[in-house]
Design a protein around this ligand. Structure first.
Ligand code: HEC
Length: 108
């Protein structure tokens, strides 16, 4: 019984350590990329994401959410344009998929 318990604990730890040591790049997230899926994505972005991420420049450059109660604090939406410094332009397609599905950033 004791050996069985010890073996179980060892097995669970081994699985945990294996998962923890997986590099982020091993998160293979696939997405369809065709005319229909791109049109559908544009529609979602313009009707949903742009409400919060739409900046004064008409792009998804982010803005201050001034309708948030002051009690909560000041909240800015992120710049999700392909700008390489302020946006997510340095992301590879794979890194973008991981960010959009998991909120895990590519650079920490
Ligand atoms: C209700 C407002 C709101 C909507 C709608 C919204 N977002 Fe956001 N989003 C935010 C806020 C606020 C942040 C910043 C949160 C933070 O810094 O923790 C954010 C952060 C992000 C980030 C992280 C960027 C980074 O570099 O950290 C991505 C990517 C993102 N949003 C994509 C989207 C997409 C795609 C949609 C539409 C499907 C969307 N968001 C809709 C408010 C919104």
């Amino acid at each position: 019984m004791k050996t069985k318990t010890l073996l179980s604990v060892f097995f669970i730890c081994a699985i945990g350590l294996t998962i923890a040591s997986l590099p982020m790049s091993s998160l293979a997230i696939s997405a369809e990329e065709n005319d229909i899926s791109i049109k559908r994505g544009e529609k979602i972005v313009m009707n949903y994401c742009a409400l919060c991420h739409g900046g004064e420049d008409g792009k998804l450059s982010g803005k201050m959410m001034d309708d948030i109660p002051k009690l909560v604090g000041t909240i800015h939406t992120s710049n999700i344009t392909n700008n390489t410094e302020k946006g997510i332009g340095k992301y590879t397609k794979e890194q973008s998929r991981v960010l959009l599905r998991t909120r895990v950033k590519a650079y920490g």
